[in-house]
Design a protein around this ligand. Structure first.
Ligand SMILES: NC(=O)C1=CN([C@@H]2O[C@H](COP(=O)(O)OP(=O)(O)OC[C@H]3O[C@@H](n4cnc5c(N)ncnc54)[C@H](OP(=O)(O)O)[C@@H]3O)[C@@H](O)[C@H]2O)[C@@H](O)CC1
Ligand SMILES: [K+]
Length: 498
């Protein structure tokens, strides 16, 4: 299985992993002991002993809380434990670990929870609800979480902050704990990376608790955190026998007016290793394109027919259309010609707007590998308003058009039509700037030109661009990114050789 360490498990899949581990002979009580210990260790690493309030829920998440309370109390920490519901109602491993807790178990009422937060605690462990959250927070759980947020009390969430869906990254109701840190087990969940979940989790720690990695074989998850192990072996590197044509020829369709967008894409594509990058443009804009980038080949394409004629050269291995293309009928005809050519094609921006509200037309015309890279606004224009979380929407849309879809944002989702998906958590917020999308389309298109399959090209492109923009800080503009790409590629090449 590809990149098993980066797999993400839904809450259901995590439940299956736990059960599979138990079937393989790992006792559930030991998993819980390891989980609670990991939470206590996280607390001990971050804080000196202080008054610690452990909030336990009625399920196994609460069981982890009992373990953490026991470990911290044994280490001399002042601990108070408040339980939601009846102690006698605890079952299984949670009941087992509750029985090992020798301190008091105080009932969690609205008043008791609020008072403990306001008048006593320096720190809270949130073991109310984890993977089993089934509805919005209410009653005493809602009151105590609300008090924690209001006071901004430092807190460590067990598995997920209570209130958050580990699958969608959204709170199930209006309320969710804003944790300082979250400790999760075995593998992360999509909700840890999708917004707003990623921010509600605070610092995320992943602890191994004894679930054997072999259980992944039977669960066969198909969503990953985007990272090099997913695609690094597909990247192409030059050697002394290499010829430029071995690295593909990307053809970018340039528009008449907004020439900056296609230039940014072209520069990024050249920096990302495409053997040749050509830009097809109408007469009025050709000089502008040529002046600004010497290594770019500028070709005449004054009409859609002239553009289509350029596609007869079979060495052109990938096509990029969208940045600065315009949305007039001629632009649409160009996009149709590209889709009909069977060549690997990336559509972004204006090229997607050409199919506004008609993704079925796009799907019907596609003859070759396709990547589309909409931001949320372009996605809504192309597909209409869709329900569901970001992961669900991206996967459904990718299946619908039969192409790989990158739904861009701080938590970009890359989805393949076969159901595979990757969530990117390695991009800085500074990428929210004009032209960054054009750079991304150039990076991905360059990888397509070199022969990477669409999903791997898209996931690699998203990660590489994010890494190139990392650590720049405020003031980043899209023009800064292309020249920072080679350093990222050098690191990836060295890691691949190691
Ligand atoms: N399995 C294992 O081996 C391991 C599991 N581990 C730990 O187990 C956690 C998952 O445990 P879990 O499945 O018991 O679910 P959990 O999150 O505790 O909650 C379920 C309970 O809460 C209730 N409830 C739900 N929403 C509610 C609401 N809004 N308001 C009020 N009640 C609500 C729900 O009631 P119901 O929906 O059935 O009415 C049910 O009683 C996981 O996150 C990890 O921390 C680790 O120890 C490693 C080993
Ligand atoms: K929790």
């Amino acid at each position: 299985m590809k990149a098993p360490e980066n797999l993400l498990l839904t809450t259901k899949e995590m439940g299956r992993a736990d059960r599979a581990a138990v079937e393989r002979g790992v006792p559930g009580a030991e998993l819980m002991a390891a989980a609670g210990l990991a939470v206590a260790r996280c607390v001990e690493r971050r804080w000196a002993p202080c008054r610690t309030l452990v909030l336990c829920g009625p399920g196994n998440n609460g069981g982890d809380g009992f373990v953490a309370a026991r470990v911290l109390a044994a280490a001399g920490w002042p601990v108070r434990l408040l339980l939601l519901g009846d102690r006698d109602a605890l079952r299984g491993d949670a009941a087992h670990h509750a029985a090992l807790w020798e301190g008091a178990v105080e009932p969690l009422s609205e008043a008791a929870g609020r008072a403990a937060v306001e008048d006593w605690a320096d720190l809270a462990i949130d073991a109310l609800f984890g993977a089993g959250l089934s509805r919005a927070l209410e009653g005493p759980a809602a009151a105590v979480v609300e008090a924690l947020n209001r006071k901004a009390l430092p807190s460590v969430a067990v598995d997920v902050p209570s209130g958050l869906s580990g699958d969608s990254g959204r709170p199930l109701g209006a309320l969710c704990l804003r944790a300082t840190a979250t400790v999760t087990f075995f593998r992360k969940k999509p909700g840890h990376l999708l917004l707003p979940g990623r921010q509600l989790c605070g610092d995320l720690e992943l602890a191994q608790i004894g679930v054997p990695a072999a259980v992944l074989e039977e669960i066969a998850p198909s969503v990953w955190e985007n990272a090099p192990p997913l695609w690094r072996d597909r990247l192409r590197w030059r050697d002394p026998a290499s010829h430029k044509y071995d690295f593909g020829h990307l053809l970018i369709a340039g528009g008449r007016v907004m020439t900056g967008a296609a230039r940014l894409a072209a520069r990024a594509a050249l920096r990302c290793g495409a053997g040749l990058v050509s830009l097809a443009a109408p007469e009025a804009a050709r000089g502008t394109y040529q002046q600004r980038l010497d290594s770019l080949i500028v070709l005449p394409a004054d009409t859609p027919e002239a553009y289509a004629a350029l596609l007869e050269d079979r060495r052109k291995s990938a096509l990029l259309l969208g940045p600065g293309l315009g949305t007039d009928p001629a632009a649409r005809l160009q996009v149709e010609a590209a889709l009909a050519s069977g060549r690997a094609t990336l559509l972004d921006a204006d090229a997607l707007t050409c199919f506004a509200g008609a993704p079925q037309d796009l799907a019907a015309r596609r003859k070759g590998p396709l990547v589309v890279t909409p931001h949320e606004g372009e996605f809504a224009r192309l597909f209409g308003e869709r329900g569901g979380d970001k992961l669900q929407r991206a996967r459904a849309a990718a299946a619908e058009i039969g192409g790989t879809l990158v739904l861009k944002g701080y938590d970009s989702v890359v989805a393949a039509p076969d159901g595979r998906a990757a969530i990117n958590a390695a991009a800085p917020p500074e990428l929210a700037t004009a032209g960054a999308g054009d750079v991304l389309s150039g990076v991905i298109a360059a990888l397509l030109a070199q022969g990477l399959p669409p999903f791997e090209a898209a996931a690699a492109g998203v990660w590489i661009q994010g890494r190139a923009a990392q650590d720049f800080g405020p003031g980043l503009i899209a023009d800064d990114i292309p020249d920072r790409l080679p350093a990222v590629l050098s690191i990836l090449q060295a890691e691949g050789a190691a």
